[in-house]
Design a protein around this ligand. Structure first.
Ligand SMILES: N[C@@H](CCC(=O)N[C@@H](CS)C(=O)NCC(=O)O)C(=O)O
Length: 213
């Protein structure tokens, strides 16, 4: 296998998910930064790779894969060491539901293009945008805490990391950037703490990425 290439941005939480999965699977990869501050995701060059104009995009096995959850799923099947979803249908549905709570119902509302639209097209102030950002996190995390608590161990499901933790850690990173209080979510904080003790999660942290000049 030639070395996979991850088109990403150091602060992108969707890319952060894929970095965690690559590290958990022990897959060496090359990072190529797409500078979202400069709108490089909308350049003709990048749109030729991913017509959606979003990072991450992973080139692997002669394929171009977009959508972080789909990429994590591909990696999980391609490299079955350290499975990222439980084997039983019922536990799998639970873990995927937790991941989706973040990836479908919190994160997209706070994406850069949404925030830019609120500011540039609808004329909202930065203060209103910050409130918008915090609102969707504050609405989503209590539900996730309630879903996770009964079956969590060291991680959101049991004692090993799953796709749900892969979505959680970047989302909590975002929440902290916007000073969203997190004390009410002990299960989520425990999972985050245990995840960040693992080198795979630590190596994927934005502070450990190469930043564009
Ligand atoms: N559902 C997509 C979301 C990807 C996404 O929203 N990426 C953001 C960075 S976290 C992005 O590229 N934003 C650029 C923009 O909004 O213009 C995934 O999970 O990969």
């Amino acid at each position: 296998m030639s070395r996979p290439i991850l088109y990403e941005y150091w602060r992108s939480s969707a890319a952060y998910r894929v970095r965690i999965a690559l590290h958990l699977k022990g897959v060496d990869y090359e990072s190529r930064q797409v500078d979202l501050r400069e709108d490089e995701q909308k350049s003709a060059e990048f749109l030729a790779l991913n017509p959606q104009g979003l990072v991450p995009l992973l080139e692997i096995d002669g394929l171009r894969l977009s959508q972080s959850v789909a990429i994590v799923g591909y990696l999980d099947m391609r490299f079955p060491n350290q499975p990222l979803v439980p084997a039983s249908a019922e536990a799998r549905a639970h873990v995927v539901a937790m991941a989706m709570t973040i990836a479908c119902d919190i994160h997209p509302l706070n994406n850069l293009r949404v925030l830019k639209y609120l500011k540039n097209n609808l004329g909202h102030s930065q203060e209103e945008i910050d409130r918008w950002y915090a609102h969707w996190i504050t609405e989503g995390l209590p539900a996730l805490e309630a879903m996770a608590a009964p079956r969590a161990g060291k991680f959101l499901f049991g004692d090993g990391p799953t796709g749900a933790d892969i979505c959680l850690v970047p989302q909590l990173y975002n929440a902290r950037r916007y000073n969203v209080p997190l004390d009410a979510y002990p299960t989520l904080l425990r999972a985050e703490e245990n995840a960040n003790k693992m080198e795979a999660f630590a190596a994927a942290h934005p502070d450990r990425q190469e930043m564009p000049a």
